[in-house]
Design a protein around this ligand. Structure first.
Ligand code: PLP
Length: 387
């Protein structure tokens, strides 16, 4: 019997992080952890320089030419709220891609008096039907929002093709890259992305509490949070300058620095190696689950070896919370239920019970998967909690 925790919940947050993420965050906090834009001393200059360098490195990773167009937020949720609430105007129409997380659906619900939405068609695995994108455009359509990779079954949407259509039809493209960033290459120029929301603590291997929004030249955003910016303090109105006008209040500077280190680690290993490691683990997991009686597997990847490392399953006759409970009691960290994505579960026909989601990360091993499979087999054969 194993005695350590086996962490297979990297779609919630990656754990552990690369050593340099811990060490650089610690060094910053000890040596120059002061607030930036709030003083004229040597420590402040050093801290500001570190943030600038991190912003440049993170921007380069996504192919962003002008690093000032990268706004730091606290997570993808805030980035998506900013893109939707700050980017849409009265009577705008928005096309909603498949498999959205609540961080898109709830802001849209809050905007329902102001904007109208239509859901784009997709297949049974949640893959967008590209024809529907062209067919569902109306004269009021302003924006398309796409979840690049699902946090439920890992399905990856064809970003380049979507971007091409959006550019041809003069629509803004907002991409939620929360699950794909750090596993699948994203180039904002090549994919014609106008707004890219990402979170730092998942595949990008950074600390919790940092994310970002790329803001392209074709959109004029309104800030959704007002407060101190460290400049133009005499003005009552919130400045619109990118990025500072959209980063009111104290930033999570240690996390920004840690995120840049996470990205450097990814660049060193290489995205193809990370993606194929996750893909191999998912293949192993899938093959093992196929041997489990009455298991239904929910998984899809790009079909070309790219993977963000997410798979879900259910076992007929078992309540999700019961399997989750037993797995947790055996120290496997996986996530049961709706994973904050009821929209995706409706698409997969797994609403309202949800699924057990397993998401290995770069530091997961074949032994982790084998150990997990062995436990699932023992639990389901024993039928110990079956209802
Ligand atoms: C697809 C997707 N979008 C958005 C989010 C929100 O990320 P965060 O909680 O870091 O804001 C998540 C987190 O699980 C996600 O999986």
């Amino acid at each position: 019997m194993k005695d350590e925790i086996i962490y297979l919940d990297n779609a919630s947050t990656s754990f552990p992080k690369p050593e340099t993420v811990y060490s650089e965050t610690d060094t910053f906090l000890r040596n120059c952890g002061v607030n930036i834009g709030r003083g004229e001393n040597r420590l402040e200059h050093e801290a500001a320089e570190k943030v600038l360098e991190s912003r440049r490195r993170i921007a380069r990773f996504f192919g962003i030419k002008d690093y000032r167009r990268l706004v730091f937020t606290y997570n993808a949720t805030l980035a998506l709220n900013l893109a939707l609430k700050g980017g849409l105007k009265e009577s705008d129409h928005l096309l909603v891609g498949p498999m959205q997380h609540n961080s898109v659906m709830r802001p849209l619900h809050a905007l329902k008096e102001r904007v109208t939405t239509s859901e784009l068609r997709h297949n049974a695995k949640g893959l967008l039907d590209l024809n529907s994108l062209e067919e569902q455009i109306t004269p009021q359509t302003k924006m398309v929002v796409i979840n690049h990779a699902s946090n439920v079954n890992g399905v990856i949407q064809p970003l380049s093709a979507i971007g091409r259509i959006c550019r041809e039809k003069e629509l803004l493209l907002l991409v939620d890259a929360s699950q794909s960033a750090g596993s699948i290459p994203i180039d904002i120029e090549e994919c014609n992305i106008d707004l890219l929301a990402f979170t730092g603590h998942k595949g990008l291997l950074g600390p919790l509490g940092v994310g970002g929004l790329f803001v392209g030249e074709r959109i004029l955003l309104e800030p959704i949070i007002e407060g101190g910016t460290g400049f133009a303090s005499e003005q009552e109105r919130q400045p619109r300058n990118l990025p500072e006008g959209f980063e009111a209040g104290t930033r999570n500077t240690p996390a920004i620095i840690g995120l840049a280190e996470g990205i450097s680690f990814i660049e060193e290993i290489g995205l193809p190696a990370i993606s194929s490691h996750k893909s191999a683990l998912i293949d192993r997991l899938k093959a093992g689950l196929e041997e489990v009686e009455d298991a239904e597997i929910y998984h899809s990847d790009s079909g070309c070896g790219e993977s963000c490392g997410v798979l879900s399953f259910t076992v007929e006759g078992w309540k999700i919370e019961d399997i989750g409970k037993v797995l947790n009691s055996r120290d496997f960290v996986v996530r049961g239920g709706l994973q904050c994505a009821p929209h995706a579960h409706r698409a997969l026909n797994t609403f309202p019970e949800g699924t057990i989601r397993v998401s290995p990360g770069y530091f997961s091993t074949e032994q982790d998967i084998d150990s997990f499979l062995q436990s699932v087999k023992e639990i389901t054969v024993s039928k110990m909690y079956q209802t």
